[in-house]
Design a protein around this ligand. Structure first.
Ligand SMILES: Cc1ncc(COP(=O)(O)O)c(C=O)c1O
Length: 384
């Protein structure tokens, strides 16, 4: 029987990833590899800077095109997207737009959040907010927890779409719906899922959705995007702001805080231009392959990781139900950083986090890559 294949020309995409000549990258939950397209995008900016000295019109157009590419990925309009340098900055900007002094003071935060997001909410306690935790038990949060945690004192619920630690795929639609019912705002961190599974913010009804670019969006550090639901945007005035948040940034009017009517009111200072070139190119790849096709292929690879891990006697962290898994499969190990380093010596780039080693394939990953990564992990674990 011939081996399963994705519904796109995987070999053509692999030829555009030079790193594959020397490594098997299974660290997409941390940093995706460079492609010919993302490298060319960086060079386009460098050429423009070198050739023209400065070209702000082209550079700002490129930032707008990066926002447009992000909007396409999530089913939004370009005007619903703001740009930041990190998810932390995006969350801080959201937090700064919320008044914590009224009867709605509570922020419901999950223990599965990437720490930076939780830190931003914790920092709001000085401004009057109270933080309530949704606990992780057995590698996941019981969705019913949100039914009791959210009530008419909740200002905001913060839920990651996929857990960074073990790749649990959370039912954010249920959480967002519960937030709506109680009149709370919802913030979803989709950094661990965007690019690997279809997301439609309009169908989801979420108020804020954020993601950076270096993981499954095939980009680099230093740029992140925030979706703001257009129906609420004009009611929000973030105090984390700057001249790009104005209706007309180029009016150069220091004494007037004229808010942009769109999500760009969340923009702050001069955007990260070279990052926007690269981010757009990376997201174009994802939009071209298509998140639904990528998800279908990652379900095949994820099942292979679960079954292969079991056959090798490895200990899975979290669920073995592919319907509730992101690309990431995590195995419990003794010294994850030593294992990561030993695997690199064997040609596999894995990602260590605390007590686990994470294997996160992407659209360009083959079944053979997965098998080699599992062999290397099992050999390393069993010989340590
Ligand atoms: C789910 C998730 N959110 C946020 C971050 C970090 O966000 P930033 O460094 O852009 O603030 C990460 C990892 O880097 C992550 O996995």
């Amino acid at each position: 029987m011939s081996e399963a294949q994705p519904d796109y020309d995987i070999e053509a995409w692999r030829r555009q990833i030079p790193l594959l000549a020397s490594y098997i990258p299974m660290n997409n939950c941390s940093q995706a590899p460079q492609t010919d397209a993302t490298r060319a995008a960086a060079e386009r900016y460098l050429d423009s800077w070198n050739g023209s000295g400065m070209d702000w019109d082209t550079w700002m157009t490129e930032v707008a095109l990066a926002k447009a590419e992000f909007a396409k990925l999530i089913g939004a309009s370009t005007s619903d997207v703001a740009v930041f340098s990190s998810v932390s900055e995006a969350a801080s900007s959201v937090a700064s737009a919320i008044d914590w002094s009224g009867s709605r003071k509570n922020i419901v935060v999950s223990e599965a959040e990437f720490p930076t997001v939780a830190h931003v909410w914790l920092a709001q306690r000085r401004r009057g907010a109270c933080v309530a935790w949704a606990p992780v038990s057995g590698g996941a949060i019981d969705p019913a927890v949100y039914d009791t945690l959210l009530d008419d004192r909740t200002a905001l619920v913060s839920a990651c779409h996929g857990y960074y630690m073990n790749g649990f795929l959370q039912d954010t639609a249920r959480i967002v719906t519960r937030a709506r019912e109680t009149g709370a705002l919802s913030f979803v961190d989709a950094y661990q899922t965007l690019g690997t599974t279809p997301i439609d913010v309009r169908a989801l009804g979420v108020d804020f959705l954020a993601s950076g670019n270096l993981k499954f969006l095939m980009g680099i550090p230093g740029i992140a995007f925030l979706y703001v639901r257009p129906e609420i945007v004009e009611s929000l005035q973030p105090s984390v702001t700057g001249w790009f948040g104005r209706a007309n940034p180029f009016a150069f009017e220091a004494k007037s805080l004229d808010w942009s009517p769109a999500a760009s009111r969340f923009d702050t200072g001069t955007p990260p231009v070279i990052n926007a070139y690269i981010a757009r190119a990376g997201m174009e790849i994802i939009n071209t392959v298509g998140p639904a096709k990528i998800r279908a292929w990652l379900e095949v690879l994820g099942q292979r990781l679960i079954d292969g891990g079991r056959a090798h006697g490895l200990t899975l962290h979290g669920t073995d139900d592919m319907r509730h898994k992101t690309s990431t499969t995590a195995f419990v190990v003794r010294d994850s950083h030593a294992i990561e380093s030993a695997m690199r010596d064997r040609g596999i780039i894995a990602s260590a986090r605390g007590e686990v080693i994470r294997l996160a394939p992407h659209f360009y990953t083959t079944i053979n890559d997965v098998d080699q990564a599992l062999d290397a992990l099992a050999q390393t674990v069993h010989s340590s």
